[in-house]
Design a protein around this ligand. Structure first.
Ligand code: SF4
Length: 184
């Protein structure tokens, strides 16, 4: 199938790209991440992704960076990480689905499922709903068993590896969690 693979960053692209290609899919990557704050971080992650994609011979589409639209979509949900993340995934996968439709692709997929920090069942439900609404299939591979290999490879490649998910709130939450671990 022709699959548009939503990708959040270079390290998370490594394993899903290999796995989907090994399954015989033709992959185009879409960098669709208006959640990422600040813009310098957005650009840094994008450039790491582009560097690897060039080496791997995969085309990358960059979706419009519209943090205002992301803030509007998640407004009122900021104190509830589960609800906030669901809406965040929806915004990003919508952008991926639109890119897939523009290209006449068959399906979308996402590298978010490589992260053990995401709620895989909720993410799967959101992705299927978005894909279905656009008349696309969702290649719902769970890549979490490849997370450690993704970490190993990204370190070996000297890739920048961020220490928070992406939004301003996740940066604060991650910093608090690190401080709490240190204080133990
Ligand atoms: S924690 Fe991550 S998935 Fe959740 S809203 Fe923030 S950027 Fe999006």
């Amino acid at each position: 199938m022709d699959v548009v693979l939503h990708s959040c960053c270079g390290p998370c692209l490594l394993e899903p790209l290999d796995a989907l290609r090994a399954d015989g899919h033709n992959i185009t990557v879409v960098y669709a991440n208006p959640n990422i704050h600040p813009v310098a971080e957005y650009l840094r992650r994008r450039d790491v992704l582009l560097g690897y994609a060039g080496d791997a011979g995969v085309e990358v589409i960059e979706a419009p960076y519209d943090p205002v639209a992301w803030l509007e979509a998640t407004a009122g949900l900021w104190r509830s990480p589960a609800d906030r993340c669901r809406e965040c995934w929806r915004v990003r996968l919508e952008l991926a689905a639109r890119a897939a439709q523009d290209r006449g692709a068959d399906a979308i997929a996402t590298t978010l499922t490589v992260s053990p920090y995401q709620d895989a069942a909720s993410l799967d439900a959101v992705a299927r709903e978005v894909a279905g609404r656009h008349g696309l299939a969702y290649v719902g591979r769970d890549f979490r068993d490849r997370y450690q290999e993704a970490v190993r490879r990204s370190k070996a490649l000297g890739m920048y590896r961020q220490n928070y998910c992406g939004c301003l709130l996740s940066e604060v939450e991650a910093a608090r969690a690190r401080a709490a671990r240190k204080a133990r």
